[in-house]
Write a protein that binds this ligand. Structure first.
Ligand code: GDP
Length: 332
């Protein structure tokens, strides 16, 4: 049976009442690419925006296999047991429909997924990073308006998506493994610099000593970086997501950060900067997608490419020519 379409007011009322079914439908609406849905989604977002923001937003990243979903499952359980309402979202532009999104696999975070105090939403499959991250941001705002006061955003630690997540969270946590070499495990130095805490996971069984050693090494290495502008020095911790050890300490550290940053003004300052950046980022995304969707531009690009590739035409000059042409078609 086809579901009855909801009105903007029904979406807003349902989300603000914390109705999970309406929340899920509202997120589906903001993910839709149909232009009518987009218009409606904008109205919904406008109405609920004043009710959002009352949460702590935490990014969790790390290479596949480091234990992100195990961590989120047990850390999340700890949070809901403490009385928090938890939403878990993901950024994964690499996932295609056929592969499923990183949170899409039903076997992941099974107990958290069935817990009424938590809400788990897989990332939209595929798509450009700009689009996926804009949708994740809006989903986050919807979750907050629905009363969730801790938002965890998961991403795979392999590239651009960290920067997108960093741009939408208050606290950024990098999960790592001990004994995988001090080459920082293929994770770029830039990501280390972005994080507020580095957590060595799987500190259990025979791995405990190696994890403690790694903690010392990383602590020493981090001292080579400068303290952040907000006065926070990134912390290095160990935990076992599987055995549920070290998780409470991680939450205490995040609480300490939350308190300090609220007191020194950086919490709000960071959010203000993020809102401004989202606008600029979305302008770039919209301009780029409109440009590449334009039929005339598509055709021109196809036509020019062989000469660009062979070096007979200048990439720079042709890029300018195409943008000028696009601007002209827009003003007609
Ligand atoms: P993800 O790909 O980063 O989400 O990693 P998963 O959470 O799926 O974990 C990958 C594997 O590592 C699974 O087999 C987990 O059971 C295991 N694992 C995760 N956390 C721990 C931990 O703290 N200790 C141990 N021993 N294994 C863990």
């Amino acid at each position: 049976m086809k579901k009855k379409r909801l009105s903007v007011e029904e979406y807003v009322k349902g989300v603000l009442n914390g109705d999970r079914v309406t929340l899920s439908r509202a997120i589906t609406l903001i993910e839709s690419t149909l232009s009518n849905d987009k218009k409606m989604a904008e109205k919904v977002m406008e109405s609920i925006l004043p009710f959002s923001g009352k949460s702590i937003r935490i990014g969790v990243t790390g290479v596949p296999g480091v234990g992100k979903s195990t961590f989120i499952e047990n850390f999340g359980k700890l949070l809901v047991d403490m009385g928090y309402k938890l939403a878990v979202l993901a950024i994964d532009p690499s996932s295609q429909k056929t592969h499923g999104s990183i949170l899409g696999d039903k076997t992941r975070m099974e107990s958290l997924a069935s817990d009424k105090r938590a809400y788990i939403r897989p990332s939209p499959a595929g798509g450009a990073l700009g689009g996926v991250s804009a949708k994740t941001r809006e989903a986050m705002i919807l979750c907050e308006a629905a009363g969730f006061n801790v938002v965890l955003i998961e991403t795979v630690g392999v590239g651009q998506s960290e920067i997108a997540v960093k741009g939408m969270v208050d606290f950024f946590l990098l999960l790592m493994l001990a004994g995988a070499g001090d080459e920082l495990q293929g994770i770029k130095k830039g990501i280390i610099e972005m994080c507020d805490a580095l957590v060595i996971n799987k500190a259990d069984g025979e791995n405990i000593d190696a994890a403690k050693r790694a903690k010392r090494e990383y602590s020493n290495a981090l001292h080579l970086f400068q303290a952040k502008e907000n006065g926070w020095f990134p912390k290095v911790m160990v935990c076992s997501s599987l055995k549920k050890t070290g998780l409470e300490e991680i939450w205490k550290m995040i609480e300490e950060y939350w308190l300090k940053m609220s007191q020194n003004g950086f919490f709000e300052n960071n959010r203000q900067e993020q809102r401004a950046n989202w606008m600029h980022e979305h302008i770039r995304y919209l301009l780029e997608s409109r440009f590449y969707q334009d039929e005339l531009i598509k055709e021109k690009i196809q036509h020019m490419l062989p000469d660009i590739k062979s070096g007979q035409q200048s990439s720079i000059a042709k890029a300018r020519e195409l943008v000028d042409l696009f601007m002209k078609t827009q003003s007609e």
